[in-house]
Design a protein around this ligand. Structure first.
Ligand code: ZN
Length: 132
């Protein structure tokens, strides 16, 4: 039961990060963004060093399903969690884990990109490519 709750929490956090309703904790030093030490996990070690042309690789990584997976130390496998994330993206409006307030924010966001109606039956990859 506890583990189910962890997975649900992780999915909710992933949706919030993905749709930029929250930001991962980190610092901008004028040249690039880095996560605070508490946010850093093993998966972050493989993120390329930021450069002048690409100041945001760590921010992108910290919004990824892989990073959220490691933050929550889930007992399911990473591929299983990635699959759950794709399902959550495709069905977030009906997703039980998403609180009303979050669901409203996500709905507003989807209206903004005029996707409300065609999101409903679209496969996850299509939804992803449109919302990115
Ligand atoms: Zn990471």
């Amino acid at each position: 039961m506890r583990d189910k709750r962890s997975t649900v929490d992780a999915l909710e956090q992933y949706l919030l990060l993905r749709y930029r309703l929250v930001s991962p904790p980190g610092l901008w030093d004028g040249k690039c963004w880095r996560p605070i030490p508490l946010e850093t996990r093993e998966c972050c070690l493989k993120v390329p060093e930021p450069g002048e042309q690409q100041p945001w690789p760590a921010m992108r990584h910290c919004r990824s399903s892989e990073h959220v997976y490691h933050l929550h130390q889930l007992s399911c496998s990473l591929p299983e969690f990635k699959l759950l994330c794709r399902e959550a993206i495709a069905k977030w409006w009906a997703y039980a884990a998403v609180s009303n307030e979050v669901a409203q924010q996500l709905r507003r966001l989807s209206r903004k990109v005029a996707m409300d109606t065609c999101l409903e039956n679209a496969p996850a990859y299509a939804v992803e490519s449109v919302l990115l």
